[in-house]
Design a protein around this ligand. Structure first.
Ligand code: BES
Ligand code: MN
Ligand code: ZN
Length: 492
């Protein structure tokens, strides 16, 4: 429960009152509230708190304040943008967990950012910082996370604007956490079926239609890619299709596609054992897309239709598995020579993309996939790789990523790269050789989107182990969900 309050901070009687502090030009810290200033002055004299970014100080107030603890959080003396406020929020969220607090109030002075954005980014940071995944821990001595039940922001002015930002942030942060939760589920607990169950759940709660294509329909539709990748598995494949149609006639339709590979062993082209457990995260694209649809259901945007498709399966080396050298036929009719069964993401995505283009004639497509190890070589854990056939759509997503604290970096496409995918015996082969692995993977996908403006986001480097930040936990980051939500909110 998050409220925006006009009351006096001195009367707040909860677990933690947080004051976000920016040092003045001369390095001094000044807070208008005398009781708070008194608590700060001693710490400052002792040199224990200077207000620089990331710094925190816990004080137990003696008089004039009703709260149990005062926590000062430094904002630094540089200009504050959305990300700085979000990070401060993350520190507050984490500190609250450390102190097992259930009630929190936050106030700040002289932050030169629109009040709506302060409310939004602060709330996002706090909520995203308050995350842990303890579902499978049964031991009582495990340090169980205690989460905040009540959060109050004290903006002192423009509380209506602040409130607007809070509302946006609650939806976006929840989506980020939902995506993390799905990703944290291991391969034996989150299968293609679970994507279907989640999708059907959205259709019960929101004006969203859910269609689940199972083995039989996929065979009838000749989805040769998804079926081939699934061949070695005991769990059936699913293609989950979600449709949100706003009331407005003639509105744009945005198609989202997410790789829902619930465990990637590599198949017959088996991966090495070390680190293979991380391949449970190979469904993070699907998770981001599903979580974003939950937000769409909550917000019901008036000016845009959103369709989401998640092709879901695991990639296993069973005796019936697809083999190197096999030739398969995609939904589009194009034939593919499978050189490496570990390049499976593009095989399930090609069917989802071609199906989405044919069925929904979207205005634009965004796909998210943990597609290549090569993107980690190029960009590390700090940028999502972006590849696109459209500059305008690229611009929108670069801006959405920037606003969301999820930066993207564009890589080129072109005929030279597409040529690397030529096969002697089929229309395409599924790998493009040793060089430019991220680009040739995207070039492969490009073959299935036609002329539709399309952006591919390779999140293999950012879906887990993303840049260390206060509001990003170790493990899965939930990347993509908030960027998509921002994109949809700012579409027109
Ligand atoms: N899911 C992986 C990509 C991946 C690798 C994600 C490492 C995160 C970390 C994908 O299915 C894959 O195996 N790609 C291969 C492609 C290669 C066989 C052309 C890769 O990147 O090694
Ligand atoms: Mn693979
Ligand atoms: Zn994969």
């Amino acid at each position: 429960m998050i409220t925006v309050s006009n009351k006096k901070i001195g009367d707040f009687a909860g677990d933690i009152l947080t004051i976000m502090v920016s040092p003045q030009a001369d390095g001094t810290l000044s807070i208008p509230d005398p009781a708070v200033q008194a608590c700060l002055a001693k710490a400052q004299d002792a040199g224990d708190f200077t207000g620089k970014a990331d710094e925190t100080l816990v004080v137990y107030p003696e008089k004039g304040l009703a709260c149990k603890r005062l926590v000062f959080v430094g904002l630094g003396d540089k200009e504050k943008g959305r990300e700085e406020i979000r990070k401060a929020g993350g520190i507050i969220g984490k500190k609250s967990m450390e102190l097992k607090a259930t009630s929190l109030a936050v106030t700040w002075y002289d932050v030169d950012l629109a009040m709506k954005e302060i409310g939004e980014c602060l709330t996002e940071g706090i909520l995203l910082g308050q995350y842990s995944f303890t579902k499978y821990k049964t031991s009582q001595d495990d340090d169980r996370a205690v989460f905040l039940k009540k959060i109050a922001l004290f903006p002192q002015v423009s509380s209506a604007e602040c409130r607007k930002g809070v509302v946006l942030a609650e939806v976006a942060a929840q989506a980020g956490k939902t995506a993390r939760d799905m990703a944290n589920e291991p391969g034996n607990k989150w299968t293609a079926d679970d994507f279907a169950v989640f999708g059907r759940g959205l259709s019960r709660k929101f004006p969203i239609k859910c269609t689940v294509l199972s083995q039989r329909e996929l065979s009838r539709l000749k989805m040769g890619g998804l079926l081939a990748v699934n061949q070695g598995s005991e769990n059936g494949p699913k293609m989950v299709v979600l449709e949100y149609c706003c009331a407005r006639k003639g509105a744009d339709t945005l198609l989202l596609v997410g790789k829902g590979l619930t465990f990637d062993s590599g198949g017959i082209s088996l991966k090495p054992g070390a680190g293979m457990e991380d391949m449970k995260y190979d469904m993070c694209g699907g998770a981001a897309v599903m979580a974003a649809m939950a937000a769409v259901g909550e917000e019901k945007p008036a000016g845009i239709n959103v369709v989401a498709i998640v092709p879901a399966t695991d990639n296993m080396p069973g005796s019936a598995a697809v083999k190197p050298g096999d030739i398969i036929t995609s939904y589009s009719g194009k034939t593919i020579e499978v050189i490496n069964t570990d390049a499976e993401g593009r095989l399930i995505l090609m069917d989802a993309l071609a199906y989405g283009v044919k069925e929904f004639k979207p205005t634009a497509i965004v796909d998210l996939a943990t597609l290549t190890g090569a993107v980690l070589v190029g960009l590390g854990h700090h940028y999502t790789g972006l590849l696109s056939n459209d500059d305008a759509l690229t611009g929108k997503i670069v801006a959405a990523g920037e606003r969301s604290g999820e930066p993207v970096w564009r890589l080129p496409l072109g005929a030279e790269y597409t040529k690397q995918l030529k096969s002697e015996v089929a229309d395409l082969k599924n790998i493009g050789g040793k060089t430019a692995g991220t680009i040739t993977a995207a070039a492969f996908l490009q073959e299935f989107v036609g002329d539709t403006p399309w952006v591919h986001l390779d999140i293999a480097g950012t879906a887990w182990g993303f840049t260390e930040k206060s509001y990003i936990p170790k493990g899965p980051s939930g990347i993509g969900a908030r960027t998509l939500i921002d994109l949809i909110r700012n579409w027109s």
